[in-house]
Ligand binder design. Structure first.
Ligand code: ZN
Length: 183
């Protein structure tokens, strides 16, 4: 854990491994192709790597969507790409609370939740710019799915209890172009 409250290189390694497991679990849960994430690569960013305007300060993470400059020119059909912005100071602070699990478990929970959002946006036609009311319903649905995906995975029941829907909010989904934030 870094003194400035940002992920260290070692923390990033834990997150990368958690992301790998979260990818497999979500792909299997939704019955999607084995190469789903290879064909639809997404980025994982921390607060230092993005403009602060792209973050919801009260969340553990949020999804961003972007299009390449070539897509923006309209010369070919666009394909949305997504990124997960991890709010590492919030995650690290949560880990200091008594009873909170380790970074691996909390990271797996957050990443599974965000990848579920990305599948819903990309494969299920969920509106990225939905109304507040629809977002709330989507949040409930995503939380339920995350619970199902992680049921039986070591330690995650505890996280799911701690962060029942309402406590864990990431409704700050934002749309950006690929020219911003190095995304
Ligand atoms: Zn969410």
């Amino acid at each position: 854990m870094g003194s400035l409250g940002y992920f260290t290189k070692s923390d990033r390694g834990v997150i990368q491994r958690a992301a790998f497991l979260a990818e497999g679990l979500t792909q299997r849960y939704f019955g999607l192709a084995d190469d789903l994430w290879r064909r639809n690569p997404y980025g994982i960013f921390t607060l230092k790597e993005v403009n602060y305007s792209l973050c919801n300060p009260n969340a553990f993470a949020n999804v961003v969507r972007f299009r390449s400059r070539r897509d923006l020119s309209g010369s070919r059909p666009h394909k949305d790409r997504y990124g997960i912005v991890l709010h590492d100071p919030n995650i690290l602070l949560a880990l200091l609370r008594s009873g909170c699990p380790d970074l691996w478990t909390l990271g797996l929970f957050v990443l599974t939740h965000e990848l579920t959002h990305i599948v819903r946006f990309g494969e299920h036609g969920v509106d990225f710019f939905a109304s507040a009311e629809d977002r709330e319903a989507e949040e409930l649905a995503v939380h339920e799915m995350t619970s199902e995906i992680l049921s039986g995975v070591t330690n995650t029941n505890h996280v799911l209890d701690l962060y029942k829907c309402g406590d864990y909010s990431d409704t700050g989904s934002l749309d950006i172009s690929s020219s911003q934030g190095g995304c």
